[in-house]
Structure formats: structure tokens, C-alpha cells
Design a protein around this ligand. Structure first.
Ligand SMILES: [Cu+2]
Length: 412
């Protein structure tokens, strides 16, 4: 009790009085290492930001499972599922594909490989939603992609969700089988209730009866009357008949059924040439007072064109080099810093190896709570660099390594 009043009550009071600001649905709460070192989401976009009920929105882009996947997090190379995270059943997913393969079932993805995805959804409920891509990893949980605001207007009552079955029958998925579900639930509830009510008519009931049975010990069977045995028999026969009868009826009524598919499906990687650029991280430093990330690399350019860095992406934040790329945030919530990447030592000439230093400076590190990585016992960071050659060809290269915090103190 003393512990309660000394620690818990002030803590509870603090939480009640000082609630943290709510942001969409908690994407900033995910640990920075999980955001930076699990799945890199690249160029995620929605086909529209505003649509009416029954209209289609497609979410597409690329993702790359990180080669720096934390050891304590279950691997994406085991079992994973591509999904969309939105509050409530506000959309229905009509189709989702990775490298063209339908993603109805779970799969696994290889670390370091780039995958193309597209998810097709139909708007169901009116509202404004932060639509996130998500890869659910078995044992590890959801790896959340960037959120895109999508607004749905129109008339919910007009929502149509029909499909044609393999037997050519058109059914409405909003109501299909609902009557059966309700009838069976009501029936079993009634059977359970009747059984309970029967025992309530007996004296003594519940706890006094339990105590009585304890007192009687081996003699407790005496408490059960012939009537009780008869009722028990009736309920047993009734329950078994309902189960068997229900099964026989369902077999007669729907002779052809297929079970839900739970097997895994393989996604072959895209057929693409290996990237001609290799990088080695020399040092990554995060300067806390300046909200500035400084990274130093050795870049080996094996291609026959000079390359420079146009974008640095980490943990769903995008830092753009305005000299190379023109990418503007789609709205004030988009995590794009249009002119926040400074590159020194580039372009890297064809065939050359050069030391390149990049600075990603933006308050997003702070506002998106990425800075909590400095208090992690596993301060390893990872990100993706977009290299562009002088013909506009893009090469995605991942890097990772330990990060050293810089507290801005004068070193002695
Ligand atoms: Cu969100």
C-alpha cells in the first residue's frame, strides 16, 4: 500500500494531468531502431488523396528489408504479411501484390532486396484516415510505413461489396452469412443460459454449493439427484445433435467449400542488375543541438557514369538534396524535408572511389522522436541513399553502422 501511494499514485496522476500529444495512431512511438533497421519504404504514394465511398485508391511504392535487421527482432525472412494500417474497417482491400504476386497469404522477404508493391482498396466509411503501409512480421509485430492522409466523402449506405464466387454466385460480403452467425450465436447462448438457469434452481447454489461439496468430500456425489442426471443427459444429447445436425445441414446446403488458405507463397525477387555502387560507412554522428546527422562514406562507383546523392531516407523520413531532386511534401504532415541534405565530395566520377560526407539537418529528427536512439543500448542506424547518375538513373544503396551522439560540448 505504501509502495502504491509513494510511486504509483503520483505516476498515474502525472499521466492523467500531463497526457502526451496524440499523433495519428502512434507511429512515432515505435523505437527509432525499429523504424530505421527493419523495412525501408521508398516512394510510397496514394493514387488519390480524396475519394468517395465505393471509389478506388491504390497505394504503391517499393520497400527494402534492412540488412541491419536487429538480432533481437524476429526476421522478415521467416513469415511476413503485407497490409494496410487504418483505424477501423474504413476501406476494403480488393487486391495486394508484391512484384506482381498476389499477397492473399503470408510470405517471406529477403533482406537487402528491393520489392515493388501495390495495394488496391475501396473506400467504405466516410472520414479522414492516416493510411499506413504495414508489414506484419510473425513474432515481431507490425513494421509501419509512412502514413498518407486520405479523405473519404459520400454516402456510406450506398457502399457495395459484392464478389462472384468460384461457382458463379454473386454474394454481398457485407451481409453474407450474417444471419447464420447470429442464429448460431443466439442458439448456443440460449443452451448455455438454460443449463445455467437449471442449476440456479438448485439449493445451495455456486459458492455455498462448492463449500458443501468440499465438506462432503468423497460423498459429494450424493448432492446430484436423479433429475440432475436426467437433465445432464438431455443437454448432452441436445448439444451433440445440434453439432452433428449443423454439420450435416451445412454439407447438404453447401456441398462445395474450400478452407481458408494459410500456406505461404513465394515472391521471386525482381530481375534487376546488381547495383554498381558500393558504400562503406566511416562514421555516423548525430549532433543533438543542431539536429544534424553527419555521415561519412567511402563510395565506390563501378558504373561508367558519375553519380551523386539525391536523397537520404531513414525511418520513414526523407531528406532531399535540392540540387539533384525536386520533391515537395504532399501536405504539412508528409515527412519530406525538401532541402535538408547537404552533400560534400560528390559527384563521384566513373570508376572512382571517393570520400563523401552528407549532412541531414532537420527538426524532423526531433519532432518524429528519432533522437531517442541516443539512449538505446543498440545505437546502430541504417538508411537508404538514392544515387543518381548524370542520365537520371537511380541506384538504391543501403548502409548501416554505429551512431555516435554529439552533445555539442567543447571537447578537452
Ligand atoms: Cu498514422
Amino acid at each position: 500500500m505504501k509502495l502504491l501511494s509513494a510511486f504509483l499514485l503520483p505516476l498515474i496522476a502525472f499521466c492523467v494531468i500531463y497526457p502526451s500529444p496524440s499523433v495519428a495512431h502512434g507511429e512515432r512511438a515505435q523505437m527509432p531502431q525499429l523504424r530505421m533497421r527493419t523495412v525501408h519504404w521508398i516512394d510510397v504514394q496514394a493514387s488519390t488523396a480524396k475519394l468517395s465511398v465505393n471509389e478506388i485508391v491504390k497505394i504503391s511504392g517499393k520497400f527494402m528489408p534492412s540488412k541491419y535487421w536487429p538480432h533481437h527482432v524476429d526476421s522478415i525472412e521467416e513469415t511476413a504479411f503485407l497490409n494496410i494500417g487504418v483505424p477501423g474497417p474504413s476501406f476494403v482491400r480488393l487486391d495486394s501484390r508484391v512484384n506482381g504476386v498476389p499477397m492473399i497469404r503470408s510470405t517471406s522477404f529477403r533482406k537487402g532486396e528491393v520489392y515493388d508493391f501495390e495495394i488496391t482498396m475501396k473506400a467504405r466509411k466516410v472520414g479522414r484516415y492516416h493510411v499506413h503501409t504495414v508489414i506484419n512480421v510473425a513474432g515481431a509485430g507490425p513494421m509501419i510505413g509512412p502514413g498518407i492522409w486520405v479523405e473519404v466523402t459520400g454516402d456510406e449506405a450506398a457502399f457495395v461489396n459484392t464478389v462472384e464466387t468460384l461457382l458463379g454466385e454473386t454474394i454481398d460480403l457485407e451481409t453474407y452469412g450474417l444471419g447464420n452467425v447470429m442464429a448460431w450465436s443466439a442458439l448456443w447462448f440460449a443452451v448455455g443460459l438454460a443449463w445455467f438457469v437449471y442449476w440456479l434452481t438448485k439449493c445451495p447454489i455456486v459458492v455455498p454449493r462448492f463449500k458443501r461439496a468440499q465438506e462432503l468430500g468423497a460423498e459429494a456425489d450424493q448432492m446430484i439427484t436423479t433429475m440432475d442426471r436426467r437433465m445432464g443427459g438431455i443437454f448432452l444429447v441436445l448439444t451433440l445433435s445440434l453439432i452433428v445436425g449443423g454439420y450435416v445441414y451445412a454439407q447438404e446446403r453447401w456441398p462445395i467449400t474450400t478452407p481458408l488458405q494459410t500456406g505461404k507463397i513465394d515472391v521471386p525477387p525482381l530481375d534487376q542488375p546488381p547495383t554498381p555502387i558500393a558504400i562503406k560507412l566511416i562514421e555516423a554522428r548525430y549532433r543533438i543541438p543542431g539536429r544534424s546527422f553527419r555521415m561519412e562514406f567511402d563510395v565506390v562507383n563501378d558504373s561508367d557514369r558519375p553519380v551523386t546523392i539525391g536523397e537520404f531516407a531513414a525511418g520513414n523520413l526523407r531528406f532531399i538534396n535540392a540540387d539533384v531532386l525536386d520533391v515537395k511534401p504532399r501536405d504539412e504532415h508528409d515527412l519530406v524535408a525538401s532541402d535538408a541534405l547537404r552533400v560534400e565530395g560528390a559527384p563521384v566520377a566513373a570508376g572512382a572511389t571517393q570520400r563523401v560526407v552528407i549532412y541531414a539537418d532537420d527538426a524532423m529528427w526531433e519532432t518524429e522522436r528519432m533522437t531517442t536512439m541516443i539512449s538505446s543500448p543498440d545505437a546502430v542506424v541504417a538508411g537508404v541513399l538514392s544515387f543518381f547518375d548524370d542520365a537520371g538513373e537511380r541506384h538504391l544503396v543501403e548502409f548501416g553502422g554505429p551512431m555516435i551522439p554529439d552533445f555539442g560540448m567543447v571537447r578537452r
